[in-house]
Write a protein that binds this ligand. Structure first.
Ligand SMILES: Cc1cc2nc3c(=O)[nH]c(=O)nc-3n(C[C@H](O)[C@H](O)[C@H](O)COP(=O)(O)OP(=O)(O)OC[C@H]3O[C@@H](n4cnc5c(N)ncnc54)[C@H](O)[C@@H]3O)c2cc1C
Length: 552
């Protein structure tokens, strides 16, 4: 064969067998599982809002903003040009635009302003969409959302801050909150000597003359989004660990000492600033009773945990969309990848995992909506949010890694979105309760509150008789709770077992039949295989894979 002539002096080859770019698409409309969950779990009124947000997030414009916000991470400006200490962080304009978009679409506020029941589910849907476009902005959005139950404990704090927290606007100016119509809220608990065990916090708070006003001195080892307007923080008073609201400006309009020592050089989450800070006679306002700080801030932690679970489901969704798109257009050995039996197995298995994660996150969000009126729902939300945070996040890094591999070498390159998803994947397993701590929490709740076990089994028994594999798994769960609740060493095993059974229940009752079948065939046995792509033969692979296909 004669060598082919180059097309021009500068070209060595024609580009073939590369997929086209993913077209612009509506992240909500294209996601059958999310749409059904929003309807089923009680927020159908929010579908229009989610649809509008999904349309914007799927545009080229937003894809470009997310890329820029991560390529040009925030920078610390400790001093101004004249040498005055300013402790400000400068973000790329793309970050601000994404924050403004998230706030305009009420991701942070819908749970508290919802016109009908279902606000937390609506929040779940919006944040799940947002994380697919850009995960870094989810941190300040989540903290602002989750701060509300703590902020409204004190009527005067609520009157001052609530209208600014729920405002669908974004004001990044570094000026006193009283001069702004919209604010964001952060949290500062973790110190060098202890993050999980916050009882070791060493920051001290000394009372000032006026009731509720204190001066805080100490360090915080992790404080994300340090340009937030105020922070819920823990510090020791003479009565013990207490919760404070620390604004970045004092009531007299001067800067509250809030010394940002450095920004963390993080694995991922790069568009979002995380910092180490020091309080030096920093003004703070007590929230709740002195000495009850953990009980007060736990409300924020509880709501943050919902987001850490749902965000993992959102990242899985983005991963399967990318994997199916690539393999639909890429050929190897004379056949499109998505037609190759083993690739179909991998894709289907990844999709089953994402569906299970999304349905569980939505079910848990509904329990948040029902908690105010139902103690049983409140108990379910406590167990449900913990096991879903634990399990979905444990499945996520392997999931993203496998989806990345579906793109071959291109998946390892920054031009694809996959490296960003991969770097983000481990974060939410650590933040707000790392794996072991969460599982021990689940064990403690089940041990101390027998009603929690009843609530759990009321939920799982709703699917009894629908699938014999699930029935067997429910029986095994009953046995292991009976035998192992007092054994810390089994805490992960128990949390995983609860999560998988809950997912099985939801899938058998509500998922497309091929997904439920694949889940029961692959996830419920104790001796199941660890890697993705080992589903048994004979499942309805086509129907499963269609769930993640974006059409032009
Ligand atoms: C990107 C990022 C942003 C963050 N932002 C914030 C923020 O804004 N505000 C804030 O307050 N914190 C923040 N954090 C801190 C985070 O919440 C803590 O890192 C987390 O709570 C774990 O605490 P630690 O790092 O001290 O780990 P440790 O508490 O030392 O835990 C280390 C390991 O030991 C395990 N462990 C702990 N206790 C037990 C036990 N009894 N039995 C078995 N295993 C155990 C844990 O599960 C973990 O795996 C952030 C962290 C990251 C990575």
């Amino acid at each position: 064969m004669r060598p082919r002539q180059p097309v021009s002096t500068f070209e060595t080859h024609e580009v073939t067998n590369q997929p086209p770019p993913l077209p612009e698409y509506n992240l909500f409309d294209s996601d059958l599982i999310l749409r059904q969950a929003v309807e089923r779990e009680g927020a159908s009124w929010a579908a229009g809002k989610a649809r509008a947000f999904g349309a914007v997030l799927g545009t080229e414009r937003v894809v470009g903003l997310a890329r820029a916000a991560n390529r040009f991470p925030p920078e610390l400006r400790s001093f101004d040009r004249f040498g005055h200490r300013i402790d400000e962080v400068e973000h790329h304009p793309a970050y601000h635009e994404l924050m403004a978009l998230a706030k305009a679409h009420e991701v942070h506020s819908i749970a508290w302003t919802a016109p009908q029941p279902g606000g937390h589910l609506a929040h779940m849907a919006l944040e799940y969409l947002l994380v697919q476009a850009e995960a870094g902005v989810c941190c300040p959005i989540t903290m602002t959302y989750a701060s509300m139950p703590v902020m409204i404990r004190d009527p005067s704090i609520a009157a001052e801050w609530k209208p600014r927290i729920i405002a669908p606007a974004y004001d990044p100016r570094f000026i006193p909150a009283a001069e702004k119509t919209a604010v964001t809220i952060g949290m500062a608990m973790t110190e060098k000597q202890g993050g999980s065990d916050v009882r070791t916090n060493a920051t001290v708070a000394i009372p000032l003359g006026t009731a509720g006003d204190f001066e805080l001195t100490g360090h915080k080892w992790f404080c994300s989004a340090p340009m937030s307007d105020a922070f819920l923080t823990l510090a020791q008073t003479s009565s013990g660990l207490s919760c404070f609201l620390v604004p970045r400006w004092r009531p007299d309009g001067t800067r509250n000492p809030f010394h940002i020592q450095r920004l963390k050089d993080k694995l991922g989450d790069r568009s979002n600033a995380s910092s180490e800070i020091e309080y030096r006679q920093t003004r703070g306002r007590l929230i709740g009773e002195e000495g009850q700080g953990i009980r007060v801030i736990i409300d924020m932690v509880h709501h943050t945990r919902l987001d850490t679970a749902l965000a993992a489901a959102g990242l899985m969704r983005q991963a399967v969309v990318q994997a199916v798109h690539h393999t639909t257009h890429r050929m190897a050995f004379g056949r499109l990848l998505h037609e190759q039996p083993l690739m179909r197995n991998v894709l289907a298995d990844l999709i089953v995992e994402w569906v299970a994660a999304t349905m569980l996150a939505a079910r848990v969000a509904r329990s948040f909506d029902e908690s105010a009126l139902s103690p049983a729902a409140a108990l379910f939300s406590r167990i449900g949010v913990a096991v879903s945070k634990y399990w979905i996040n444990k499945r996520l890094p392997g999931h993203v890694c496998e989806a990345l591999e579906c793109l071959g070498g291109s998946g390892y390159v920054e031009d694809s979105v996959m490296p960003r998803l991969y770097r983000q994947a481990p974060l939410n397993s650590i933040w707000e309760g790392s794996g072991n701590v969460i599982c021990l929490d689940v064990l403690r709740t089940l041990r101390k509150e027998p009603a929690a076990v009843e609530v759990l089994f009321a939920e799982v028994n709703s699917a009894r008789g629908a699938d014999r594999r699930l029935d067997a798994a429910i029986d095994r769960l009953k046995g292991s709770l009976h035998a192992s609740l007092d054994q810390e060493i089994h805490a992960r095993r128990i949390a995983e077992h609860i999560a998988v059974v809950l997912q099985g229940v939801l899938l058998v009752r509500h998922a497309p039949a091929p997904v439920a079948d694949a889940f029961c065939a692959s996830r419920l046995d104790d001796g199941r295989c660890g890697s993705y792509g080992a589903l048994p033969a004979g499942l309805a692979f086509d129907e499963i894979i269609e769930l993640a296909r974006i059409s032009a």
